[in-house]
Design a protein around this ligand. Structure first.
Ligand SMILES: [Zn+2]
Length: 588
């Protein structure tokens, strides 16, 4: 605690130094003098950087230094904009960061005993505590902490042994207390990172996104605008619903590590999978259980100073998020290139899905002063190492761990993507695999992993969708029967073609695939003598093709293969058929 206090006061001193040095070197007119000023600033910057470095060795961490360096680069102490003149050919790079509010699915709100459920009648889920009546005290829910820590661990964050809650005050009609309990400078989770996988259909690949921090806080209520077209500017009046006030949120802030909208969308989807796997939130975008605000700016490649930051919100799908960000990057680049850079202002924009563009929602009027101070009614939050260990042990297998496991089974990226999307599918697939062990009573080892992934992600899932079943567990075919089905194919007892033919019957009626195959006499013919008979019959009834083949037209082999398979009703073992056919063709 004491160390933190020292760091905090040091950071303030630095900021103060920076501010005073910049104000003393203002008012410059000609370009040459502003160049000289910029040079002086750069020297000043180098000195300060050196000072930061020497201090770090004694008292500070690399992370704190990086943070302070970035702050310095963005302060007036250094301004390298003149070193990067912009014209129509300038190459830009975007800086993108996301803040996501995840509503935690807990039995009660964060600091009182109220239960919250989306869509309940207005103001029926409130009490004096979440309404901030005088004389009431907040009591932190243990479940809220546990879910917050779980998400933090899943994002590879460090969990602070001691963190604290602060009051963030602002006045807004949906905030009955006039302040929000949040965590300001000592968040419960910080310094994490998460690997995200870009969907195969969008080119595939991976990106690693740094997590700056994740902190616990309470949600505000909701205003319902009445009259006009239902938005705040045309409404005749607004009704306040305080049900949501006090519901637990985890706000997750990323580093500006994204390169484009595709990565942002992949990150959002991965975060949603994580909270769903953990059962920490339902992650529904359209019910507001997960809300993403994206900050976008662009700057010439290599320049340190960031461009003006624009916030984009209200994107109701990950797809829309990707498009909104790519649109915003393009819009800002275009304005800079046309010499209209000053039209990019600090503002909040919203995504207009109908017209596929971002539009101004509200302009920012400087930085809001929230007058944060430590929440006097709550003790500091202590998460001992032992507590964190226990929470970690209770966590289920997470998407990235499952991906690695499936990769080691040899599954394709496409199949892994489909399976991991839904934890029910993962569970179902794993049950097929464990059932397959009991099927493997033959001497040679039969591995159905790839076969099962393939059938499940294609034919079976298509059936689930067409029949509007909610999970694969609603199929008549049980995991052990699917395992048997895959075993029959992998073991060469039926061909993939026969498998495809009998699948509709199995999906409609259920039952043992082996029994059905036996009843219909569809077992693959693997007896060489029997196959030889079939091949001979085919050769005899196709004399002219045989003569052509033997006089050098070897391309006809495919014709014979097809004829043999047809003759056997698709049951002849393809490998054996090929061997025997090759031999008989060359005998002549
Ligand atoms: Zn309450």
């Amino acid at each position: 605690m004491r160390t933190t206090a020292i760091i905090g006061s040091f950071a303030r001193t630095t900021a103060a130094t920076v501010a005073s040095s910049s104000s003393s070197s203002s008012s410059s007119s000609s370009p040459s003098s502003s160049r000289a000023k910029a040079k002086a600033k750069a020297t000043n910057f180098r000195r300060q950087k050196q000072r930061l470095r020497t201090r770090r060795r004694r008292t500070r961490t690399a992370a704190t230094e990086t943070k302070e360096l970035t702050a310095l680069e963005q302060s007036d102490a250094i301004d390298d904009t003149l070193d990067f003149p912009i014209d129509a050919n300038t190459k830009f790079e975007p800086t993108i960061g996301i803040e996501t509010h995840v509503q935690l699915q807990t039995k009660t709100k964060a600091f009182c005993g109220c239960h919250y459920s989306y869509g309940a009648s207005a103001n029926t889920q409130i009490c004096p505590i979440c309404m901030g009546h005088p004389g009431t005290y907040p009591k932190l829910s243990e479940e809220v902490v546990e879910k917050g820590v779980q998400i933090g661990l899943a994002l590879n964050c460090k969990i602070r042994e001691v963190s604290k809650f602060d009051r963030k005050q602002y006045f807004y009609p949906d905030l009955p207390k006039g302040y929000q309990i949040s965590q300001f400078d000592e968040p419960v989770c910080e310094h994490g990172k998460i690997k995200v996988v870009i969907p195969v259909e969008e080119g595939g690949g991976e990106a690693v996104i740094g997590i700056t921090r994740a902190h616990l806080e309470e949600d505000a209520g909701k205003l319902n605008h009445v009259g006009g077209s239902g938005n705040v500017s045309t409404a005749t009046h607004s009704l306040a619903d305080y049900n949501r006030a006090g519901v637990a949120l985890l706000e997750i802030v990323t580093e500006p590590d994204f390169k484009n909208g595709k990565e942002v969308s992949a990150y959002g989807q991965e975060l949603r999978r994580i909270v769903r796997y953990l059962k920490a939130s339902d992650g529904n975008l359209n019910e507001g259980s997960m809300r993403c605000d994206v900050n976008v700016s662009v700057k010439p490649v290599g320049r340190k100073r960031f461009g003006t930051k624009v916030e984009v919100k209200n994107m109701n799908s990950f797809n829309a998020m990707a498009r909104a960000i790519d649109y915003e990057i393009e819009r800002q680049e275009k304005l800079y290139k046309e010499g209209r850079g000053d039209e990019i202002v600090q503002e909040t924009r919203t995504w207009d899905d109908q017209n596929q563009r971002t539009v101004t929602m509200r302009k920012k009027e400087g930085l809001a002063d929230y007058r944060y101070f430590p929440e006097p009614d709550l003790n500091p939050l202590v998460c001992s190492q032992n507590y964190v260990k226990i929470v970690r042990e209770e966590m289920p297998e997470l998407p990235n761990e499952i991906r690695d496991r499936y990769k080691s089974l040899g599954l394709s990226d496409g199949d892994i993507q489909v399976l991991v999307e839904d934890e029910n599918l993962v569970r179902f697939y794993d049950e097929i695999l464990s059932a397959s062990i009991s099927n493997s009573n033959s001497s040679r080892e039969v591995n159905i992993s790839k076969q099962a992934a393939n059938w499940l992600t294609n034919d079976l899932l298509a059936f689930v969708k067409n029949e509007k079943l909610s999970t694969p567990y609603d199929l008549k075919l049980k995991p052990e029967e699917i395992a048997e089905f895959c075993f029959l194919i992998e073991n060469g007892e039926i061909s993939g073609k026969i498998g495809k033919d009998i699948l509709p019957d199995l999906l409609t009626n259920g039952g043992s695939p082996r029994k059905l195959v036996e009843e219909k006499g569809l077992m693959q013919i693997s007896d060489p003598a029997e196959i030889e008979k079939i091949v001979q019959k085919v050769l005899e009834s196709n004399q002219s093709q045989l003569e052509q083949y033997r006089s050098g037209k070897t391309k006809l082999k495919g014709f014979f293969v097809g004829a043999c398979l047809r003759e056997s009703g698709g049951r002849a073992n393809p490998t054996l058929t090929d061997e025997i056919l090759t031999r008989l063709l060359s005998e002549g």
